[in-house]
Design a protein around this ligand. Structure first.
Ligand code: AMP
Ligand code: TRP
Length: 331
């Protein structure tokens, strides 16, 4: 194995094509060559979600989506963040070596807090410190994420470095972000300049992993297009064509340029039907598998319980050594 992978996803309902192509699909591939740990980050979700029934349902839904996509609990660890206390424990230590100024630079906090910064929860501000703790509680070396997480990963590296310097140790590795594939930033189907996101009010803006074949085809048919002949990659002038082209290449598992060369004289509507066929072929088996797994919550809970025990066994000695380094007495 080439190192240890850690990545996380929030338990929000409606995992979409952006999550799948930007992150989950790479998580699946990496299982062949890394020790992989995948976490459903409910502590992070609590910064915005205050509905207990929804929290529980979303956690199982995301677990089902990951299992259906090909995360194999026999090879990888799949677990829920709140089941392993080392995450918030290590986050506290990192809180004490991370300057406020670093967090003030985080664009995701600014976006999520919006105009009401004074009303935003402290946890939302502290979110990236907990993310660093997630990764470093396992001394993970590689972190596969979508492009939007680049700044948080840079911060994780800085926090690891700050800890090591402050205590004069070479304890935490500096984790490498892995932003892989053709579709590291999938855009909205309704507006090629906006990120595909769960928080977009329009269902038509995203393809959800639970969509059936007809819904997928409809959303692609209705996706915003332009009237230029041929499909070309030109995000500046043709954001929608570029986004659909990237999605096509990613789903086909082929380089973008190769696909682009085939589509120079294809009309937008012909391209959309090809894309719809491909998306249905690749995604509807995942939706079917997700429905099958979701019908057995006992199985899901068992996988997560087993994952938490394996995760805790790795994190506990790393946390204990961290406590020793900072000078806490042994209990
Ligand atoms: P989240 O749902 O925000 O927890 O994101 C889970 C993973 O999906 C992270 O690695 C994100 O970077 C990735 N991701 C979210 N939205 C997109 C998108 N539109 N395109 C590519 N990757 C994305
Ligand atoms: N912040 C990430 C997101 O919103 C989720 C996440 C939490 C994460 N902890 C992580 C990703 C650790 C990678 C590593 O997508």
């Amino acid at each position: 194995m080439q190192g240890r992978v850690f990545s996380g996803i929030q338990p929000t309902s409606g995992i979409h094509l952006g999550n799948y192509l930007g992150a989950i699909r790479n998580w699946v591939t990496m299982q062949a060559s890394y020790d992989c740990i995948y976490c459903i980050v409910d502590l992070h979700a609590l910064t915005a979600l205050h509905d207990p029934a929804e929290m529980r349902a979303n956690t199982r839904e995301v677990a089902a989506a990951l299992l259906a996509s090909g995360i194999d609990p026999a090879r990888s660890i799949l677990f829920v963040q709140s089941h392993v206390p080392a995450h918030p424990q290590l986050a506290w230590v990192f809180n004490c070596v991370t300057p406020m100024g670093w967090l003030n630079k985080m664009t995701q906090f600014k976006e999520k807090a919006g105009k009401d910064r004074e009303g935003a929860p402290v946890g939302l501000f502290d979110y990236p410190v907990l993310q660093a703790a997630d990764i470093l509680a396992y001394k993970a070396t590689h972190v596969p994420v979508g492009e939007d997480q680049k700044q948080h990963l840079e911060l994780s590296r800085n926090i690891a470095g700050a800890f090591n310097r402050k205590f004069g140790v070479e304890f935490f590795p500096l984790p490498e972000p892995m932003i892989l594939g053709e579709a590291t930033r999938v855009m909205s189907l309704r507006d090629g300049t906006k990120k595909m996101s769960k928080s977009d009010p329009s269902e038509m803006s995203r393809i959800s992993l639970v969509d059936d074949a007809d819904t997928i085809a409809l959303k692609i048919r209705r996706a915003k297009s332009d009237s230029i002949l041929g499909i070309a990659y030109d995000p500046e002038n043709r954001p929608e064509a570029s986004n659909l082209l990237v999605i096509y290449a990613a789903l086909a598992g082929r380089p973008r340029a190769e696909v682009e060369a085939e589509l120079v004289s294809t009309s937008f509507s012909d391209f959309k039907s090809r894309l719809a066929d491909l998306a249905v072929a690749k995604l509807s088996p995942i939706a079917a598998e997700m429905r099958r797994i979701a019908a057995d919550p006992g199985y899901i809970d068992g996988v997560l319980r087993d994952g938490a025990a394996r995760a805790a066994a790795i994190a506990a000695p790393i946390l204990a050594e961290t406590y020793r380094i900072v000078g806490f007495l042994e209990p």
